[in-house]
Ligand binder design. Structure first.
Ligand code: SF4
Length: 418
């Protein structure tokens, strides 16, 4: 087993503006409103402070690995020279002390040859957000004049894929927000067959018990049945890898993968958000649920990572992961599901005590994959042996990571096929 490392993901809001106005965007259209006051583009003084923040964490808590996601808004809206300065400052300031991976999440519409050259120079891992076929994508991923962005996004994806194929940049990924109004099977087929994307994931909406999602589970189950029908036919021999589904399949197959998932789930909170002004918060998928979750006075200028990890909010995330939520007692899928994602468990005034609003859908997905494996020859005894164990990793053990850390944001993990 690899030696434990201490690692964390930092989502750095380098641009708090966007050239698109996606209808569901959590950053601009949910609770979080920092973009209204914050500087549109991060200043170099804030980037330099982030370097000091990371180096202090190396000294104080032995941080040995950091993934910095260059996020927005749309990060490619800024001047290329500024983006390059950010990459250079982070690389030169952090790499001598701590392992660093730079990532960038973009809508893909602005990718050009010069951007590719910067990604190549700093080996930036680029992820593109796309919602599937043009008709679906263009309904929600629109510009400020209401025009769909599909054609430009696909152009960007193809350029990135070509650069990755020739070894210039690290492999690219794609994220899709699951859209229950669409046909899930058609969406996955489009990504896989028409765009040639073999590794991607579907994101559950970033909403919890203050939304009506719990009452819509029949629609979500229909949607995921369509997704699973296509995925199960195509995931064999590594032809299609969808992170959420393949992780469940792998954990049901081997104890080694189950332990990997245990660790991954126990680290799900392990993301900090740094705004363009240096404000320090938890994962912005959680922040966007409730303004009360962000103290705007806590910044990387006045708070160390060590102090932030002791905060009440951070500790409440740890408790939420380590204590079985209401509704999960006796559930056979608990080791894999762990009560669902934190942002789908949140409710104002109640925090993270409840299980996910997607419980019925998670139950359906697990049943589907378990049945698929049993039909392929996995014995019920083997399945039960893996599922009946308690999770082997807990969030309270801190930032120590081994296997799952390497795999958490990277689909290049050991693949299992029947
Ligand atoms: S499927 Fe539902 S009950 Fe089972 S672990 Fe997940 S959230 Fe809990």
């Amino acid at each position: 087993m690899p030696s434990p490392r201490k690692g964390i993901d930092i989502v750095l809001k380098i641009s708090e503006r966007c050239n698109l106005a996606c209808t569901y965007c959590y950053f601009f259209f949910q609770e979080m409103d920092t973009h209204k006051e914050n500087t549109a583009v991060i200043k170099m003084s804030t980037v330099e402070q982030l370097v000091l923040f990371v180096r202090q964490a190396v000294d104080e808590i032995g941080l040995s690995s950091v993934n910095i996601g260059l996020h927005g808004g749309e990060p490619l809206l800024m001047k290329k020279s500024h983006f390059e300065n950010i990459c250079r400052t982070l690389s030169e300031g952090i790499k001598p002390y701590c392992s660093l991976k730079l990532m960038c999440q973009t809508n893909g519409t602005l990718v050009d040859d010069q951007w590719l050259a910067i990604f190549e120079k700093y080996q930036v891992h680029v992820g593109v957000s796309i919602d599937g076929p043009k008709a679906i994508h263009d309904k929600s991923r629109i510009d400020h004049n209401g025009k769909g962005s599909y054609d430009e996004t696909v152009r960007g994806i193809r350029m990135l894929a070509e650069a990755a194929k020739s070894g210039r940049i690290p492999s690219t990924g794609a994220l899709c927000v699951a859209n229950v109004e669409a046909d899930g099977g058609e969406l996955v087929k489009h990504m896989h067959q028409e765009l040639g994307i073999k590794n991607f994931d579907l994101l559950f909406p970033r909403e919890g018990h203050d939304s009506s999602l719990k009452q819509q589970q029949d629609k979500w189950i229909r949607y995921f049945k369509e997704v699973l029908d296509y995925w199960s036919e195509n995931q064999k021999n590594n032809k299609l890898y969808m992170n959420t589904l393949n992780r469940i399949l792998e954990m049901m197959l081997t104890e080694q993968h189950a332990e990997c998932l245990d660790e991954y789930k126990s680290m799900q909170h392990n993301i900090i958000n740094v705004s363009s002004e240096g404000q320090l918060g938890v994962d912005d998928n959680i922040l966007s649920l409730d303004n009360a979750l962000l103290d705007k006075n806590v910044t990387i200028f006045n708070t160390s990572l060590n102090q932030f990890l002791s905060s009440q909010l951070w500790q409440s995330l740890i408790t939420a992961i380590d204590e079985k939520p209401q509704g999960c007692d006796g559930c056979e899928w608990f080791r894999s599901c762990r009560g669902g994602a934190l942002f789908n468990r949140y409710q104002r005034g109640k925090g993270f005590k409840q299980n996910t609003v997607f419980c019925e859908t998670m139950d359906f997905i697990h049943n589907y994959i378990a049945q698929y494996l049993v039909d392929k020859g996995l014995s019920l005894e083997e399945l039960s042996n893996v599922l009946s164990k308690d999770p082997g990793y807990l969030a309270k053990n801190g930032l120590n990571t081994t296997i799952a850390r390497a795999a958490a944001r990277d689909v290049e993990i050991i693949r299992v096929s029947l």
